[in-house]
Ligand binder design. Structure first.
Ligand SMILES: Cc1cc2nc3c(=O)[nH]c(=O)nc-3n(C[C@H](O)[C@H](O)[C@H](O)COP(=O)(O)OP(=O)(O)OC[C@H]3O[C@@H](n4cnc5c(N)ncnc54)[C@H](O)[C@@H]3O)c2cc1C
Ligand SMILES: *[C@@H]1O[C@H](CO)[C@@H](O)[C@H](O)[C@H]1NC(C)=O
Ligand SMILES: *[C@@H]1O[C@H](CO)[C@@H](O)[C@H](O)[C@H]1NC(C)=O
Length: 513
């Protein structure tokens, strides 16, 4: 018998799923008959009809990769079995670390023939339980696929292996006056392959768009080991179907991304930030429209924070508003190539919104230290979740109704909630709705879900703006999508991965109700 021990200390609530504070250690038991992971103890999920890893399989992997790229030591396996928040935990007994597309192809072809389930893993920063095994799936990690293959400084196109860490790609680009077109809190850990597989959004999507636009090409290995070469480096290429889009946001269920070609924009030489206090949401929307008109090509982020979020941040992490207390706050960033021109534009804009009484007060930062201090107000709010019990959601909503949901949920929760608040990427219609409670009881959760999802649907919003469905939201797939779309998704899945070995229990529902 093999036992790997896990220890979960955080109390974080993400996406309506509870992250329990546990003092006891939870074991992961693997016997001849059953696999018992922490996830399978929490959720009524059943293991698929996959074969179990035996010594013959291990021998094959060792021969292919050598001993040091086949991890089987229980202690070393822990970080691959546990997600970022320590909430979902699998009990895989093996992690494989290929370096080349050819090795990925051989691993997949072998697993497909032997009906062995695989969990694809990049930086393991996923927040919906997509990146860790549920049972004993073989973890195939892109950790050692970290080579930058080519950079064309003229076109700004970089080609790299899927396991390159986002921040490392950005550093590589800096010398050429370029940058990666996406920025997120996990950039020091997440891999570009994982970003593509989740269609990650982040802080600058407003300016640079999503990965469907910035990824020019992909190389992908199918479940049976066949390599699909869609690694175009062209901006324009209409020679047939744009197959890369199938894999962007597929969360490891359709193929293994091995290489990415990415369009990189010029690095901004000047970055300025304004922080405003506003009286009501109508004025927030008017300011947004004005910012798009007046700041236009240099506008690079538009974030909103409500007063309750600010109160929460003050109580949990000691952050206060530098401009006094207001019902709403806006963080507006510009990035461009000419510091004087950009600052001038932002000063004029700030003047105008104050004169027109759109904003009641505001401050502006042009020096990096002050710019960072203002960004910290926005970025530190989620840190507060570590100090309290908060249910976190990630929704897309029509802008006209963006904050209605916060008010609706406040009424719906009544005394069950301590605070209901919202902040987020307003410029992209992406609201992070938070519900702070005294205790994360079943009563509380049942009161919130699926009610909150139903409200989002009624508002013609999306129950996942940027994080995906993963394992934790997979059972809502048919709730969130029309039957015709779900059927086409199933057809594509069975065509590309007929035995269902790639990331089982993810995206597609694991219980049918
Ligand atoms: C602090 C923090 C901040 C974050 N901020 C944002 C944010 O602003 N915006 C946002 O959208 N998300 C955000 N996220 C979540 C986001 O999805 C991930 O950070 C990131 O995109 C995942 O990359 P990863 O390499 O860690 O992938 P993993 O977590 O390892 O995997 C994610 C998914 O991709 C699949 N996968 C990984 N590699 C491959 C591959 N090579 N081929 C096929 N499938 C693969 C996995 O199976 C899994 O389904 C944040 C997470 C954290 C922890
Ligand atoms: C307005 O903001 C400034 C900082 O820019 C601050 O010093 C001042 O106190 C604020 N005014 C009010 C009324 O809060
Ligand atoms: C949602 O969209 C439908 C059809 O597109 C429309 O009839 C309905 O009024 C919309 N609902 C809301 C709340 O806007």
């Amino acid at each position: 018998m093999n036992t790997a021990l896990f220890d979960c200390k955080a109390t974080i609530i993400m996406h309506g799923i509870m992250f329990l504070r546990k003092t006891n250690r939870v074991g992961c038991r693997v016997e001849n008959i059953g696999f018992l992971s922490d996830t399978t103890q929490k959720f009524p999920v059943e293991r698929g009809e996959f074969n179990k890893l035996n010594n013959g399989h291990k021998g094959f992997f060792r021969q292919l990769l050598g001993d040091y790229r086949v991890i089987t030591d229980n202690h070393d396996l822990v970080k691959y079995n546990n997600d970022w928040f320590g909430y979902v935990k699998g009990c895989s007994q093996i992690v494989l670390k290929p370096k080349t597309t050819e090795e990925v192809s051989q691993i997949l072809s072998f697993c497909n023939e032997n009906r062995l389930a695989i969990c694809l893993q990049g930086g393991n920063t996923d927040v919906v339980g997509a990146s860790v095994p549920v049972f004993d799936e073989i973890v195939v990690s892109t950790e050692l696929m970290n080579e930058i293959i080519d950079l064309d400084e003229n076109s700004g196109v970089i080609i790299c292996q899927a396991g390159c860490v986002l921040e490392n790609i950005d550093k590589k680009l800096e010398g050429s006056g370029l940058m990666v077109p996406l920025d997120l809190g996990a950039k020091g850990s997440c891999h570009i392959g994982g970003n593509v597989a989740t269609n990650a959004g982040g802080l600058r999507l407003l300016r640079y768009g999503n990965l469907h636009g910035n990824v020019l090409g992909l190389e992908v290995v199918k479940a049976n080991g066949e390599v699909i070469d869609c690694l175009s480096t062209l901006k324009k290429d209409n020679t047939g179907f744009h197959l890369k889009h199938l894999f962007i946001g597929s969360e490891g269920t359709l193929g293994f991304i091995t290489k990415v070609s990415l369009q990189c924009p010029p690095r901004a030489r000047s970055i300025n930030v304004a922080f405003l206090g506003l009286q009501n949401f109508d004025k927030v929307l008017k300011t947004f429209r004005k910012a798009k008109e007046d700041l236009c090509e240099i506008l690079s982020a538009f974030e909103v924070i409500d007063s309750t979020s600010m109160e929460f941040a003050k109580e949990t992490v000691g952050i206060t508003s530098p401009i006094g207390d207001y019902p709403y706050y806006l963080l507006i960033e510009t990035s461009g190539s000419n510091p004087e021109h950009d600052a001038d534009k932002l000063y004029k804009f700030l003047d105008l919104v104050l004169v027109k009484h759109l904003a009641l007060n505001g401050t502006l930062a042009t020096e990096p230290a002050k710019v960072n201090a203002i960004w910290a107000i926005r970025e530190k709010i989620p840190e507060g979740f570590k100090h309290s019990s908060v249910l976190c959601y990630d929704f897309s909503l029509p802008l006209s109704k963006y904050f209605d949901l916060v008010e609706d949920m406040r009424n719906h929760m009544g005394s069950l909630a301590k605070k209901v608040f919202g902040f987020g990427h307003l410029g992209d219609g992406n609201l992070h709705l938070q519900i702070e409670v005294n205790e994360m009881s079943k009563e509380v959760r049942d009161h919130v879900e699926p009610n909150v999802f139903e409200r989002v649907k009624q508002m013609n919003g999306s129950i996942s703006a940027e994080h995906g469905m993963g394992f934790l939201k997979a059972n809502y797939l048919s709730f969130a999508n029309p039957p015709s779309k779900v059927e086409m998704m199933r057809n594509l899945k069975s065509m590309l991965d007929p035995k269902g070995i790639l990331n089982p229990y993810k995206v597609f529902p694991w219980t049918y109700s």
